[in-house]
Design a protein around this ligand. Sequence first.
Ligand code: CA
Length: 251
Amino acid sequence: MKESAPAPDRHVPVPERPRRALVVEDEPHIRELVALHLRLEGLDVAEAGAGDAALRQTEAERFDLVVLDLMLPRVDGVTVCREIRRQRLNADVPILMLTARREETDKVLGLDSGADDYLTKPFGIRELLARARALLRRPRADRIGPPGLSRTPIAAGALRIDPARRQATVDGAAIDLTPHEFDVLHLLASHPGIVFTREMLLARIWTEDTHVTERSVDTLVKRLRQKIEADTRDPRLILTVWGTGYKFADV
Ligand code: CA
């Protein structure tokens, strides 16, 4: 019996690549529990039991989420986090940090390690999954298009941004911004909590100029902060992500 070839079905969508997560934890039962539940969420999960192994994996492939324990053998979680932020493939990956105590949580955030969110142990698995889902919903910075597309006004604290008029105000008073300053502010503020590397900002904002360097980004952010932050030594709107770039406060 000869079977005819199946007719092509235009309505079958191309299956999306399963989202890939990395769970870095040296305690096997916690690692396995987290990995199991992320797999039940439909994620493809890799595991690492030490910091150096995690860095080898993140150098080799792109992940959609990293769950990272703070206390790890050989290379600790904060160092792993900072190194991931310098990598080509995963500089902007959402990182959920697991910490043992409240004080460590403060330390992790105070050090500006580059983690996107944290959970204090012991944590409930439902809480972990809720945080993981929220991080997975965020668009990655390298999939965000050029600025200027959205014309929706943005409000953050005393700051108002009006993209249609390309104008920003602080406490109702208009502030004087260069076109590049406005574009950087608008891009960051349109995607609160999302990490933009200096390279990504250069590629999106300085499209016509190939002579600018990553230092130009820092200089521009410094000027922007003087115009929009109440205290430039303690910025609350444009936050530095250590070793990586910048993100707008997720308020
Ligand atoms: Ca540990």
